[in-house]
Design a protein around this ligand. Sequence first.
Ligand code: G1P
Length: 299
Amino acid sequence: MLPFAPREVPVNQPLRKVVIPAAGLGTRFLPATKAVPKEMLPIVDTPTIQLIVEEALRAGAQEVVVVNGRGKGAIEDHFDRSYELETELRNKGKKDLFEQVRRISDSVRIISVRQKEPLGLGHAVLAARHAVGNEWFGVMLGDDVVDGDDPAIGQLARLCQKTGKAAVALMPVPESQVHLYGIGAGKPFEDGHILVDRIVEKPKRADAPSNLAVIGRYVLPPDIFEVLANLKPGAIGEIQLTDALAVLASQGRLLGVRFTGTRHDAGDRLGYLQANIAYALKRADLREGLLAFLREVTR
Ligand code: G1P
């Protein structure tokens, strides 16, 4: 364990900043992701990163720090004003579309930072250190889309504000999948949550402390950056965010939150298709047509 003496900062209320790591190469979605960032792949008609940003905004966040790699300019453009498009929509009287496009750029302040080398999720979060500063912040992974009335990141933030502890979203997964996730275990805490005392990144099935997987929502104190800066590479040779969480857990400062909402693994091709179908079925303009088609093709 690190010789790490925490300088604890009180939890700010509400959560103001979230970090979205978006520097991955998206190899699972090639060839689509050769020139288009995977975060821009749409669920129905909305880029996944916009769904994530909207979740953050609904939880009260105002600033989003996007950690970019190369070739991610489309993400910045998406959240920027598009003068030509707005003028065209206005001139053609497409008021609803105009307002939708304008709302995306007006509703959020995006700060872009660069992760210069792909050294892992922990390294990506560390790249946001100066943009976040000395306050509590959220981390939201674009592969995990969580649909629900109560935004998942807000559920975590409320618990942090109540307890002064950090929080990570946990969800049971089949034992055959534990090697794909960070896995946490601990003692029961109030309302079905747990006080995490062990957390490991991508364990073998036999070594997993439970079947509770980390889903990509975290609310963290700023002293996590100091932990991350001192970490050695962990699982698959990368600087792992989970290893920094293990330090918080060893100090009794990490809650595992059993959030409400439906989680889709949009970073997986099947999960991505399922997310598209689930979101399309919620849309009045698409539901009937899609149901008829599904009945037809599955007959
Ligand atoms: C990352 C994290 C892992 C977490 C997962 C959730 O892994 O390292 O702890 O369980 O996201 O989606 P990745 O999916 O990037 O391999």
